[in-house]
Design a protein around this ligand. Sequence first.
Ligand code: ADP
Ligand code: MG
Length: 699
Amino acid sequence: MEKKNVPELFGSMVFDDRVMRSRLSAKVYRALRKTIDENAKLDVEVAEAVAMEMRDWAVEKGATHFTHWFQPLTGVTAEKHDGFITPSPDGGVIMEFSGKELIKGEPDASSFPSGGLRATFEARGYTAWDPTSYAFIKDHTLCIPTAFCSYSGDALDKKTPLLRSMQALNLQAKRILKLFGKEVKYVRTSVGPEQEYFLIDKEMFEKRPDLVYTGRTLFGAMPPKGQELDDHYFGVIKPRVTAFMEDLNDELWKLGILAKTEHNEVAPAQHELAPIFSTTNVATDNNQLTMEIMQKVARKHGMVCLLHEKPFAGVNGSGKHNNWSLATDTGVNLLSPGETPYENAQFLLFLCAVVQAVDDYQDLLRLSVATAGNDHRLGANEAPPAIISVFLGDELSAILDAIKTDSPYQGKEKEVLKLGVHVLPRFSKDTTDRNRTSPFAFTGNKFEFRSLGSSNSIACCNIMLNAAVAESLKQYADRLEGAKDFEAELHDLIKEVITKHERILFNGNGYTDEWVKEATEKRGLLNLKTTADAMPHLLDKKNMDMLMAHKVFTESELHSRCEIMLENYCKTVNIEGHTMVDMVRKNYLPAMEGYLYSLAKTTSLMRSVSENVKCNYEVSTMERLSELTDAILDRVEKLEKALEDLKDFEDIIKTSEAIRDDVLPKMEDLRKYVDEAEMLTSEKCWPFPSYGKLLFSVY
Ligand code: ADP
Ligand code: MG
């Protein structure tokens, strides 16, 4: 086998810092670096110089086209390719790419969702270069990460508010650090998203219209074997999957994506990939790319990569863990407990900021992961519940408790714990990470938000998280900046925050019914079960005020986003409903009818040969199947009616409620009868591959 040179491969298709440093003049490099690190304005001349080098580099690597690569609100990435070629006077062509083309693009954007932000007469939008995320080459095309806005300047994408939220957090975190005597260039959030997915055989996939149209199975009886043996989790990886993973790693490494660990997950055919963390903005771009490349590479290996949150009923769905932390430009992790009393106080303040943020903005965090697909997971005893709470682990909780009650921590110290005087007791990182049921867990030096669905863009939750933490920090900075006695004020502040927000702290098992009861009835926490319940909270006054105060969203952007997300939910379920109707009418009912015919024919033939045959199997099966065809017909008609009643989604809130209360229950009801029929019908007559075939199709 050919030996791989990973360091050489890594980032070979990225116009990264190494390339910039070696190819750009010192002056241009410095100017660009200043833009990247400190958000300084970029000169046109600098852009020209960068564009020229980018083009030369890309052409050397075999690129023929360039594209502004962006993340519209569809949830996937968009690109429109333009050739570098420009005619030259001698009848040939030259490869051209200007600074203007680098900085700004004008995709025909009229078909991207805008939630009313872009009037149809002004259908244009523009894309603007984001120099903080490196350009890269994919499929012979130079891809330039960009933000996507309307002509009036409203954000039409996920990157713009994410960058704004990072700015907001940077601003407030720097104020806090200054109070602790630290001047830093910037504070950034870092993220490492762990990505789950399913791999199934391509031939099987193509035989299932539900998978093709909706990404999930809408029917399917349980196979004899599911995940009950837990034999897949961390099990030996099958050769076809190994080949896929190797290929995937190569492709990701070329793009400078730090794919690091991969293993089998709980469900059969389920796997996970975790990268090394990076700056949130880059991590977001990289996760979008990872999802895209996973699907592409899987196809090459005769498989399909399913990123849906719940491709199969009855087996675990797929999520994504957003590992999140804050760090300074000097590489100090602000969520790492420090070495000195002063650093500990600072650590506790940042910790409090996150705890308060999660409590104050539970609804924003919940809705940031709300999609039709993810609704199937949250609260289904395989993923964290829809209730948002924070896990800190016993040791850290005990420390906070000691501070709150002015009592000695674990009796180790004779005096009570006083911030700014005492070093915090060391707590081990390992004990903090073993609660898998918590949606938001502290894991030693970072928080892990576990409610994300596998197909979610991580931009959404990080926008909300950054903004909410910025708000806590702002409140703290406002108070502490004016304090006469900083240390006393700090101590009081931390005590107050712990007291006020301890209701959000929960170290127990989040999957139990008792927790749901306690959380909602005793603690008053929100339990927003579905997208239809969660999304309208985006427009609650407290949420809008906060997001607008930190300049993360404008008022019109918030309205448009709420509408788009709800529309997305409605459209998704609407397609699922229609797919069910289609499959039932065109395939399931005719298949059952065919089998009934053969049963009936067999019975009458057998009886004509002998009077002694009982035909118990034939007759009882026929009777039940016939009842089922009637029941299925009735349920499919009801579903059709419910879908028809949705009309044109005139009122999106009402429509989403009808989807939740009417359409989804009817889909579930219909499925029940079809799945029962599957168990009574000969496999030869059944029109689609079974769960067993889908889940155990890859060797
Ligand atoms: P585990 O969850 O098994 O303890 P790790 O702690 O190594 O594993 O990390 C899981 C994910 O968290 C990885 O993607 C990793 O890069 C990311 N991660 C680790 N440290 C940080 C950090 N400071 N900020 C953001 N993400 C981090
Ligand atoms: Mg983890």
